[in-house]
Design a protein around this ligand. Sequence first.
Ligand code: ADP
Length: 461
Amino acid sequence: MSSKIFKGIWIVALSVFLASLVFIMGISYNYFTGIQKSQLKNVTELAAQGAADAGMSYFDDLNAEGYRITWIGADGSVLYDSEADTATMVNHMEREEVKEALAQGYGESARYSDTLSDKQLYSAKRLPDGSVVRLSVVQVAVWALILGFAQPICFVILLALILAFVLASRIAKKIVQPINDIDLNKPEQYYGKENYKEVEPLLRHIAAQQTQLKRDQEQIEKTSLIRQEFTANVSHELKTPLHAISGYAELLENGMVKEEDIRPFAGKIRSESSRMTKLVEDIIELSRLDNGGAEMEREDCDLLRIAENAADSLDAAASAMNVSVSVEGTDTPIRGIPQTLYSIVYNLCDNAIKYNRPGGSVTVKVVPQNGEAVLTVSDTGVGIPEECQDRIFERFYRVDKSHSKEVGGTGLGLSIVKHAVMVHGGRIKISSEIGKGTEFVVTLPNEPKEMLSEEEPEYYA
Ligand code: ADP
C-alpha cells in the first residue's frame, strides 16, 4: 500500500510540475516575443532617424548585428538591403508592414520571409521623403528558448525529481504508519484522533465486525459447553438405570434372590428399562426439535382434539396419582406439527399430574384468541419456587431431583415443551404458587413463522 501511495504522489507531483513547466514556457515565449518586438521598434526608429539625416551614407559600414535592414524607396524599389542583393529583390511596396508604414507612419508584421526560412518579425518606418526603412529580426523559436533554458530546466527537473521522491516517500510513510499502528483489537481508541479521521468509518466497520465475531465466538463456546454438559448429563442419566438393571440381573444370575423376590426384581428391571426407554425417546424428540422441526410436516389440526387425546393417554397415570383431569374449551384450528403439539400438551399434563397432590386436579383449556391458539394447563400441585421458574426449561433441571426421579421424570419434559413451542413460533408463560398450584399458558400463532437458525443455540438452554 505504501509503495502504491508513493507512486501515486510521485506521478501526481511530476505531472503537475511538467504541466507548470509547459505553461511557464508558453508565458515566457510570449513575453520574449513582446520584448523582441519593442526592441525592434526602438531600433527601427533609430535607423529611420539615421537614414533621414544621413541618407545612403548612413548604411555604409553599418553593423546591424542580427538585424536585417532594408531601405525601400518611395516607388517600392529596394535601395539597400543588409543581407540580400538589391538588384534581385522584387518591389517591396506590397509588403504588409511597408503598406502600414506608408499609411500610418509605422507598421509591423510577422511572417516567414521569401528569402529566409525562419519566422521573421518586421517593422517599418516612413521617412519624410516617402521612403521606408524596414528592419527585421528572426523571431526567437520555442525550441531555441527551450534550448536556452536547457541547463537550468534540467537542473530544476532533477531537483524536482529528488524533492518529489523524498516528499512522496515521506508522505506515503506518514499515511501508512498510523494505519499499520492500529491495534485491530481496540479500534475504538482511535475514534476522533487527528491521524485517524479519514479511516474512522473503516475503524467503525472493523469494531462492528469484532463485536459480531466476539458474540459469535461466545455463542459457539456457550453452545459447545451446553452440548458437552448435555452429553455428560445424558451419559449420567443412562448409567444410573443401566447399573441398576445389571445389578439386579447379576443377583438373579447368581441365584442370590429368593424365589418370592424374583417377581419384584423383574419388575424393577422392567421399570428401570422403561425409564431408559422414556429418556431415549425424549432425547430423540429433542434432537428432532433441535433441527427447528424443518423436516416435520405441518398440517391443519384441532388443538382441542389433540389435548383430549393427550389427556386420555394419561388417564392411567392420573388415576394412579388419584388426580382428576378435565379438558375444556372450544375447537381451535391450528396449522402445526401434530406430533409436536401433542408433546406440548402431554408433557405439561404429565407434569401437572406428577407434581400434584392426591385428590388434586388438572384443568386443560384450549381456546382460540385473536387469531392465536391458547392452551392453559393448570394444576393444584406443589407449585414451583419463583427462583426456579426461569430454569425449569433447562435440560435435566429439576426442582426436586429425588421426587422427579421417583415419579419417573427424565428432566427433559419442559425442555421439549419449550422447543416445541418455539418451533411453532409461539410463547409460554408460567405462574405458580408454592403449595397451591401451577399454570402454564402456551400461545401459538395460527401461521407459525419459520424458526430462525440463529436462535438454534437457545435450544440447549
Ligand atoms: P421432569 O421430567 O423432571 O418432570 P421437566 O423438564 O418436565 O422434568 O420439569 C422440570 C422440573 O420442573 C421438574 O423436575 C419439576 O421439579 C418442575 N415442574 C414441572 N412442572 C411442574 C408442575 N406442574 N408443578 C410443579 N413443578 C413442576
